[in-house]
Design a protein around this ligand. Structure first.
Ligand code: NAD
Length: 450
């Protein structure tokens, strides 16, 4: 479901009018449908540098039933077969000269990308380079990917995967995510993998089958969508929210065959109650999504202590306390996943939101710091940072502010709660084992804090 403007801009009269007036024409995003194909069309795979991941990439595509064309065919004229995806393996680039091959491959291939196409570029992490020239070439991929993201139109996206030596086994899950409709609103981003034991495969339709997943703030908004998507993917969801939201919480839990647990996550005994519930009812937990969050906006100079403290308590301290209690209580099952909801405000800052931005930036620091300890247990902890997501909250914004806010990104539209939910569900999958300590923005490549 697209917003009114996107629908209008893609209608017959809307297409003509937006063209004549030079207005944005956002594409209708291709979102994941269970049972649907990974891509709408064939893919082409090229390399710059040694390209040690070419076979891995090709196998991921072929296993998903995607036809892989050779770059020679892609070099043909722009009227040739339209491509669903263009994947560049730029691992092993040793200096800027190697990137000429990236340009030679990408330019004609992207010309043939269809709407809602995907560009994915893989390289080694710049931080682990052995020389300034090598670091320069690897870092160049970042600027290249972000710029392609800004040049693409019609719902197409470009993202990067940084793969250190030894982390190759973790490529398949993130690559499939960036290619699929699950990543519809993730654009211009990069994830850096780490070496991990990655399970050989998972049920493509039910990747969370048999898992117990806790979602806080699940009574409405993004949290309710996370609960829906996790249940669709096979998890038993324990939906948590405050007692005052009890009725809507029960409705969400009933809809998905999950469990409702009324709990104010800032209560002194909240973490212990959750640990006991999980131990007694389920014997442990596989996924916890720290989604509950609040805003209490005021300019800093006008902000009272109550506003500051309540936002910090819900958005940050509760995530720290509950995660620590799950570790101490030994209820995290092997391969556990913790996913924390941050915000674009935590990256870019936002006027009137010093408390909120500080709490959400804190979440990013928290997952980065906790990642090594989680890796030792074969678990992961990551964050997602949503940008402009169309919710009841944004519906109440004045028309002008809302429309401008929604369009200030490469996809020229706001995201939907399901876009955040799909990214969280992906990070929760067994094959996301190599993604740890990362913050993935779900913002359509927002121009804010880019
Ligand atoms: P929302 O207000 O619609 O829902 C938040 C839910 O959290 C509510 O059901 C609320 O009752 C629950 N909650 C609040 N305090 C709680 C507590 N102490 N204990 C248990 N539950 C509690 O918000 P949303 O828009 O769905 O946002 C969800 C998350 O996404 C939040 O962390 C928010 O900061 C973040 N986020 C949202 C956007 C956006 O555009 N909507 C953008 C960036 C980040």
């Amino acid at each position: 479901m697209a917003d009114w403007y996107t629908n209008f801009a893609n209608s017959g009269v809307g297409t003509t009018l937006t063209k004549q007036l030079g207005l944005p024409r956002p594409g209708v995003l291709r979102r994941y449908e269970p049972g649907g194909p990974l891509l709408d069309g064939p893919a082409v795979v090229g390399s710059a540098g040694q390209g040690r991941l070419r076979d891995t990439v090709t196998a991921v595509l072929r296993d998903a039933g995607v036809t892989v064309l050779s770059p020679v065919v892609a070099d043909g004229d722009a009227a040739g077969e339209k491509l669903g995806a263009v994947v560049l393996d730029a691992t092993g680039v040793s200096g800027p000269a190697d990137l000429a091959a990236a340009h030679d491959f990408l330019a004609p291939a992207i010309k043939r990308l269809r709407s809602n196409g995907r560009v994915v570029i893989l390289t080694d992490p710049p931080a682990e380079a052995e020389s300034p020239a090598q670091a320069a070439a690897r870092q160049a991929v970042d600027g290249l990917t972000r710029s392609i993201g800004k040049e693409l139109r019609d719902g197409s996206t470009a993202n990067a995967i940084y793969v250190p030596e030894g982390a190759e086994a973790g490529v398949a899950g993130p690559l499939a995510f960036f290619l699929s409709g699950r990543s519809a609103y993730v654009d211009g981003q990069g994830v850096t993998l780490s070496a991990a034991d990655v399970p050989a495969g998972q049920d493509a339709e039910k990747p969370l089958a048999g898992k117990v997943a806790v979602v806080t703030g699940a009574a409405r908004g993004i949290g309710a969508s996370i609960a829906d998507v996790m249940a669709r993917d096979g998890a038993h969801v324990v939906a948590v929210d405050i007692p005052a939201a009890g009725d809507s919480l029960a409705a969400v839990a009933n809809r998905i065959g999950g469990t409702a647990l009324q709990l104010d996550i800032t209560a002194p005994d909240a973490a212990q109650r959750l640990v006991e519930h999980l131990r007694e009812r389920h014997g442990g937990v596989d996924v916890i999504v720290h989604n509950a969050g609040i805003t209490r906006d005021k300019l800093l100079v006008n902000m009272d202590a109550a506003r500051w403290n309540s936002v910090m308590a819900v958005n940050l301290q509760a995530q720290l306390d509950i995660t620590q209690a799950l570790l101490d209580g030994d209820v995290l099952n092997p391969g556990a996943r913790v996913v924390c909801v941050s915000s674009q405000s935590g990256i870019a800052g936002n006027r009137g939101q010093t408390n909120y931005a500080a709490s959400k930036a804190g979440v990013i620091g928290m997952v980065r710091a906790w990642a090594p300890a989680f890796a030792e247990r074969g678990a992961t902890i990551n964050a997602v940072a949503p940008g402009f997501i169309v919710t009841e909250m944004t519906a109440k914004m004045p028309f002008g502010t809302r429309e401008v806010g929604a369009r200030l990104n490469s996809l020229q539209q706001g995201g939907l709660p399901v876009d955040v939910a799909e990214t969280i569900a992906w990070l929760s999958q067994p094959t996301s084992a190599g993604v740890n300590g990362q913050t993935v923005r779900v913002c359509g490549q927002s121009l804010l804090g880019a």
